[in-house]
Design a protein around this ligand. Structure first.
Ligand SMILES: Cc1ncc(COP(=O)(O)O)c(C=O)c1O
Length: 424
C-alpha cells in the first residue's frame, strides 16, 4: 500500500524555539501560516517535537521492519511533519547505504568504521532530504513557486525536486557563483537570478522577495520543516546500525551553517528515545580551519557562535563565516557529549583520496572534511582506538572535479603502443 495517504500531523506534539526554549502546542503552531518563526517574532529557529509514545505505539502496530526500504525516507512517516494530503515527487530520496570499511577503520586506527553514503541521493547530496520535504510542504500549502538563495547543494537539490514535482523554482545566486553549479540549476529548469551582490545581500533579497510574492522559502535558517528532512539521515543510521546490533560511539559530519549535523543529532536522539539505539552516539562536528566559527565557539565554551570575516576553504559547501544555525549545532554537539574539530584543506584532500582508494566512495571536499576531522580526532586522542564511528559522506565528489584533480594529480600520457607500458 502506498505510504503517503497514511501520513498525518497527529504525532507532532509541540514547537520549541531553540534560542529561548519557549514552546507552543503543535495545533496552535500549525494554525499559523507558513513562516512560523517569523510569525512568532523569533530570532531563532523552531524545533518540531513529537509525541514519541504515540510513535512507538504506531510502530508496534506497523513495524519499521515491515516497510520497504525502497520507499526511501518517507518510511519514517510518523516522524515527519507532513499531512499526507499530497504525493511526494517521484524521486527516490534517502535509504542510502551504510557501508562498513574494515580497511579504512584499520588505516584510521579505529575498531570499526562505517560510511553513510548520502552522495547516492538523486541530485548527489544529503540536501535532497530537506528539499524533498520542502517541496511537499510547498505543495501542501498551495504554493506554485519555491525559492532559495544558494550556489551549492541546497540549490541543485531544490531545482531537481521542484522539477520532479512540477513547481517553479527560483534560485538567487550571488554574482560570483561558479558556472558548473549554475549549469546544473538550468538543466533542472530553475529560474536562476544572478544578483549583482555578495551572498549575504543575495540571501536578504531572497527573503524579501519570498515575503512579497508569497513564494515558498526553502531556507533552513527560517523554515523549521527542513531540519525534519535532514534528520532522516540520523534516523536511517540508527536503524541500519540496529541491524548490526552495534551502536556507534561517534557519528561524524561536517559543519557549515550547522543545520545538517544538528538535524542528524535530532534524528539519532529520537531513535534513542524510541529504543532503536541503546544509547545516544557522540557527535563529532568537523570544519575547515579557514571557516570554523563553530569549532572556535565550542573550544572557548562560548554561549554564541561568533562571526568570522573572510571565511575561506576549498570545501565550498562548508565555507561559512556566519553560520545560520550555529547555535543549534553547538547545542546538539554539547547535548551529545561530542566535540568539534577543524582541519586544514590539505588534510581534507588527503582524506578524499584515502576514502576513494580504500572504500571506492568519492566524497566532495565538504564530505571528505568529515573523514579528515575523524582522523585528526584520533590523532589528538579525542577518539580512542577501541571506539567505533559512522562518517556521513554528505555529497558526491563529482560535484567538484577541480578539487579532486588537485588532490590526485594527472593521468600518465602514453603513445598507443604496448611497449609504452613499462610496468607490471
Ligand atoms: C555536502 C555538504 N556537506 C555538509 C554541509 C554542511 O551542512 P550545514 O550547512 O547544514 O552545516 C553542506 C551544506 O551545504 C553540504 O552541501
Amino acid at each position: 500500500m502506498p505510504l503517503f495517504p497514511l501520513m498525518t500531523l497527529e504525532h507532532l506534539s509541540h514547537f520549541r524555539c531553540v534560542n529561548t526554549g519557549q514552546t507552543w502546542p503543535a495545533a496552535e503552531a500549525l494554525a499559523q501560516d507558513r513562516w512560523l518563526n517569523e510569525r512568532f517574532g523569533l530570532d531563532g529557529i523552531l524545533s518540531l517535537e513529537y509525541d514519541l509514545e504515540r510513535v512507538a505505539a504506531d510502530w508496534k502496530r506497523s513495524p519499521l521492519a515491515s516497510r520497504s526500504w525502497a520507499l526511501g525516507h518517507w518510511r519514517y512517516r510518523e516522524l515527519l511533519p507532513l499531512s499526507g494530503k499530497v504525493e511526494p515527487p517521484p524521486l527516490s530520496v534517502g535509504s542510502t547505504p551504510l557501508v562498513e570499511s574494515p580497511r579504512l577503520a584499520e588505516s584510521v586506527g579505529l575498531s570499526r568504521l562505517w560510511i553513510k553514503d548520502d552522495g547516492r541521493n538523486p541530485t548527489a547530496s544529503l540536501k535532497d532530504r530537506p528539499s524533498s520535504v520542502a517541496v511537499v510542504k510547498a505543495l501542501e500549502m498551495g504554493a506554485s513557486s519555491i525559492a532559495c538563495a544558494s550556489t551549492g547543494n541546497a540549490a541543485s537539490s531544490l531545482a531537481g525536486f521542484a522539477a520532479a514535482a512540477g513547481l517553479k523554482a527560483t534560485i538567487f545566486v550571488p554574482k560570483r557563483a561558479p558556472a558548473p553549479k549554475i549549469a546544473q540549476l538550468l538543466v533542472f529548469g530553475a529560474r536562476v537570478l544572478r544578483v549583482n551582490a555578495d551572498y549575504d545581500r543575495t540571501w536578504a533579497l531572497c527573503q524579501e522577495v519570498c515575503g512579497k510574492r508569497g513564494w515558498y522559502n526553502r531556507n533552513c535558517a527560517v523554515n523549521p520543516y527542513l531540519v525534519e528532512g535532514k534528520k532522516t539521515c540520523g534516523l536511517e543510521i540508527a536503524e541500519q546500525m540496529s541491524w548490526t546490533s552495534e551502536c556507534p560511539d561517534w557519528v561524524v559530519g561536517s559543519v557549515g551553517d550547522g543545520c545538517s549535523l544538528a538535524a542528524i543529532g535530532k534524528g539519532l536522539r529520537e531513535m534513542t528515545d524510541l529504543g532503536v539505539l541503546p544509547r545516544m552516539p557522540r557527535l563529532l562536528g568537523t570544519q575547515a580551519s579557514g571557516a570554523d566559527p563553530v569549532t572556535r565557539a565550542w573550544k572557548s565554551d562560548a554561549e554564541n557562535v561568533p562571526s568570522l570575516a573572510g571565511a575561506t576553504t576549498i570545501a565550498d559547501s562548508i565555507c561559512v563565516g556566519r553560520p545560520a544555525n550555529g547555535l543549534r549545532c553547538l547545542q546538539a554537539v554539547r547535548d551529545a557529549n561530542g566535540a568539534m574539530i577543524s582541519v586544514e584543506d590539505e588534510a581534507t584532500l588527503d582524506a578524499m583520496k584515502l576514502m576513494g582508494r580504500l572504500c571506492g566512495i568519492f566524497g566532495e571536499p565538504a564530505a571528505s572534511n568529515a573523514l579528515a576531522g575523524l582522523i585528526e580526532a584520533r590523532a589528538q586522542g579525542v577518539i580512542g582506538p577501541n571506539e567505533t564511528a559512522v562518517v556521513v559522506v554528505s555529497g558526491n565528489g563529482l560535484k567538484d572535479i577541480s578539487s579532486a584533480a588537485a588532490a590526485v594529480g594527472q593521468p600518465i600520457d602514453i603513445e598507443p603502443t604496448a611497449e609504452a607500458i613499462s610496468f607490471t
